[in-house]
Design a binder for this molecule. Structure first.
Ligand SMILES: Nc1ncnc2c1ncn2[C@@H]1O[C@H](COP(=O)(O)OP(=O)(O)O)[C@@H](O)[C@H]1O
Ligand SMILES: N[C@@H](CCOP(=O)(O)O)C(=O)O
Length: 300
């Protein structure tokens, strides 16, 4: 038991993310300026969570809390065990909406656990742990590194590269009141897809990297997907209808992550013309930085 760590405190933050971005299923992620902050203190005994904001009524208050579990996993990976941890968090990322709340929680916990152990948060090690906890690498990679990220899991490691985004790129998210757990949305995907659909997505994902980084005018064709969105329609019919409506008007709309939020990408000024839509709250998002240690004052 690492009694030497008792009393250590750290405040960290990790961004909300949108995974997939249309054709980049499980591989592309984009981070936003909406951040999960968390303060963790090593205590003499017990695992506790004081939580306000999004999900405060539903998340556990003991050691099964996702941020605490992730911090413990990072410590264990370093061969350290702590007698207790006290978490304080004010959650601002809505849960189960496709904005990577679980990825931000996992990355915040892993980052905090590593810093509490006195070790530099080395991206590849954290990404491997995060992929195990989340089950897919796209939004944990973006939450860790920030900006636009291509994740590429390999048999013995998870790789990720950052790609510069076009300076005018903006994003607007349409948030419904309803949520769909990512596990449920993943359960709707078929085990096999037609070769032509896989080929189309491979081409569009390549085009999307060009569109996001250099040529935003290509975003509408570049965000076409045939591998996941339509299979998930039954779980989020209103989102799919909104997506089709926006695309018919020329906006590059996609299901954000596993949904049910709808994300629109484009040059920031062009997004000013986006319409309101009943049942959804519209919100502009700027591209965000990756996980980081915050000054203690950032804790709420
Ligand atoms: N800040 C958080 N603290 C604790 N648990 C969280 C937090 N954020 C997310 N979770 C857990 O992850 C779940 C949502 O994850 P998921 O279904 O993948 O949706 P998404 O990541 O798109 O919001 C929540 O119901 C909760 O169990
Ligand atoms: N590639 C995953 C992304 C899930 O993202 P989330 O933010 O909805 O958890 C998927 O599409 O299942």
């Amino acid at each position: 038991m690492a009694a030497d760590l008792v009393g250590r405190t750290v405040t960290v933050s990790a961004p909300a993310t949108s995974a997939n971005l249309g054709p980049g299923f499980d591989h592309l992620g984009l981070a936003f300026d909406l951040r999960q902050a968390a303060t963790l203190r090593v205590t003499e005994t017990g695992f506790t969570a004081a939580v306000t904001g999004e999900g405060a009524d539903t998340v556990p208050r003991d050691g099964s809390h996702l941020i605490l579990r992730s911090a413990v996993a990072a410590l264990a990976d370093l061969g350290r065990e702590v007698p207790g941890l006290a978490l304080t968090a004010d959650n601002v990322i809505p849960h189960g909406r496709g904005l990577g709340s679980s990825a931000a929680a996992i990355i915040a916990g892993l980052f905090a656990g590593t810093v509490l152990a006195g070790v530099d948060p080395e991206p590849e090690r954290l990404l491997g742990l995060a992929n195990e906890l989340e089950g897919h690498a796209d939004n944990v990679a973006a939450a860790l590194l920030g900006g636009l990220v291509i994740a590429y899991p390999e048999p013995d490691r998870v790789g990720a590269v950052s790609v510069p985004v076009h300076p005018e790129l903006g994003a607007t998210v349409y948030l419904p009141d309803t949520s769909v757990p990512t596990s449920e949305a993943r359960g709707l995907l078929p085990a096999e897809v037609p070769h032509s659909d896989a080929a189309a997505n491979a081409g569009r994902a390549a085009l999307l990297v060009e569109a996001l980084s250099r040529t935003p005018d290509l975003l509408l064709p570049a965000t076409e997907d045939r591998l996941h969105q339509r299979y998930r329609r039954t779980a989020m019919p209103e989102s799919y209808d909104l997506l089709e409506l926006l695309r018919s008007k020329g906006f590059a709309a996609v299901v954000s992550g596993a949904g049910p939020s709808v994300l629109v990408l484009g040059r920031a000024p062009s997004l000013a013309g986006l319409p309101e839509h009943p049942g959804f709250r519209r919100r502009s998002l700027a591209i965000g930085a990756g996980a980081r240690v915050e000054p203690p004052a950032a804790a709420v």
